[in-house]
Design a protein around this ligand. Sequence first.
Ligand code: PLP
Length: 213
Amino acid sequence: MSTNKDFSTLCIRGGQEADPTHGAILPPIYQTTTFRKKVVGKDQTFSYSRVGNPTVAVLESRLGALEDCLPAVSFSSGMSAVTTLFLALLKKGDHVVCSDVVYGGTYRFLTEILAKLGVTCEFVDTSDPGQTKSALIRPTRLLLLESPANPTLKLTDIKANCALATKCGTLAVVDNTFAWRQLQFPSATIRIPHTMAGVACRVVGSGPGFFPS
Ligand SMILES: Cc1ncc(COP(=O)(O)O)c(C=O)c1O
């Protein structure tokens, strides 16, 4: 959305129109859990705030426009974004290749929760794409990269690793808490689903058809 706009304009206006109710320029804060049903039994854009809320929708559009990665989905914590990603994409019998340095919660979710559900995981030094290439010989559903990694700041060549994943038909996802898109992908040469953890909001951006419907 609006990728032809200047970056500074995107920062203050990206993904946002004036509020449709009264034309407010700044997004109003909708402090409500539920929304009145216009027609009983018919889906509407907003009905329950945990599922969707106009203020959160502005945040997601703004971040999606800045990240050039729509649709963007925000979560209340980094681990809820990571957990949702795993549970949406993985099933029993799937294999994951993961950067060897990852946030502790991600490591524990993979080794303690997903392992019990029949998902296997190999941790490899993705800063060496040769090691990723070797690991991906085994059929792999998901390549999870963390770069810059928490806590060592180890860097992974995201473009090279994603190219390897694409060749194998493996989904690639990048998580990080330190650098958002403008710092990670300054040349905007690649578009991959990614999460930003440890900031005021957490985003999983996805390309069309990324999440199973
Ligand atoms: C890379 C990464 N992913 C996920 C998380 C988890 O975020 P949260 O503590 O908000 O659940 C963190 C936290 O620092 C992180 O650094």
